[in-house]
Ligand binder design. Structure first.
Ligand code: FPP
Length: 224
């Protein structure tokens, strides 16, 4: 059985779910947040140590302002209401991506990271304003500036995921088969599951089925 240390998720399909069932994309984001809470619980139950959630890409700024504002409000409320609870559960929160948000949200994110820094039951990496290509470019620029040798190890030390093992498993919901500029380097050997269900409809049973299937895959890492 494969060990499972790190699950990464592209939580796609909120908008479509919201339009279909509530006549509003934003309602889909709200429902998506309930799924986030279910998945965090199930991740802990399965003793998985890292969970990376793609919550907002560098490309998502192109969405209507109303939707972008709604998403950040949702995140603000989530942090205000839940960070104490996450902390009590020994969960560490880390942001991947550049924090170019409102001063209030930047502060909330920084405080949440600081507060939970020493926790070690589960690390949740929240990818926010994250893009993998720009992460790689920044890492290469740093190597060049420091006149470092270009090697896998040195590059990885300069990625935002330094000290985080690569995802063993990537799940993308929403019936779309693409990576959308998410962890392009780190997903080199991950097992990828594309799930038809939209994110708000994705549930504990679906997650556990994928985990079960993942555990039984023969992982070769290029060998035979
Ligand atoms: C993709 O669905 C989802 C997002 C861009 C936002 C994800 C946000 C959440 C799940 C809720 C907030 C999360 C936290 C952690 C506070 P989409 O809108 O692209 O769906 P579509 O493909 O149907 O349009």
């Amino acid at each position: 059985m494969n060990p499972l240390n790190h699950v990464a998720i592209i939580m796609d399909g909120n908008g479509r779910w919201g339009l279909k069932y509530r006549n509003s994309r934003n309602a889909g984001h709200k429902a998506g947040l309930d799924t986030v809470e279910t998945i965090i619980k199930t991740t802990i139950e399965n003793k998985i140590k890292f969970l990376t959630l793609f919550a907002f890409s560098t490309e998502n700024w192109k969405r209507p302002k109303k939707e972008v504002n709604y998403l950040f409000n949702l995140l603000e409320n989530f942090l205000v209401n839940k960070i104490e609870d996450l902390h009590k559960q020994n969960i560490k929160l880390k942001v991947l991506g550049s924090k170019k948000f409102s001063p209030k949200l930047n502060k909330l994110l920084n405080n949440s990271e600081k507060k939970t820094f020493k926790n070690n039951k589960l690390q949740i990496n929240l990818a926010l304003n994250y893009g993998s290509k720009s992460e790689l470019i920044s890492a290469f620029k740093r190597l060049k500036k420091n006149k470092s040798i270009i090697s896998e190890k040195n590059l990885e030390k300069n990625l935002q995921t330094q000290n985080i093992p690569d995802p063993d498993l990537l799940i993308r919901t929403g019936n779309t088969k693409r990576l959308s500029n998410f962890l392009l380097w780190q997903l080199a050997y991950s097992e990828i599951f594309f799930e038809k269900k939209l994110w708000p409809a994705f549930n504990k049973k679906d997650y556990k089925r994928i985990i079960r299937e993942f555990r039984n895959i023969k992982r070769n890492f290029g060998k035979i």
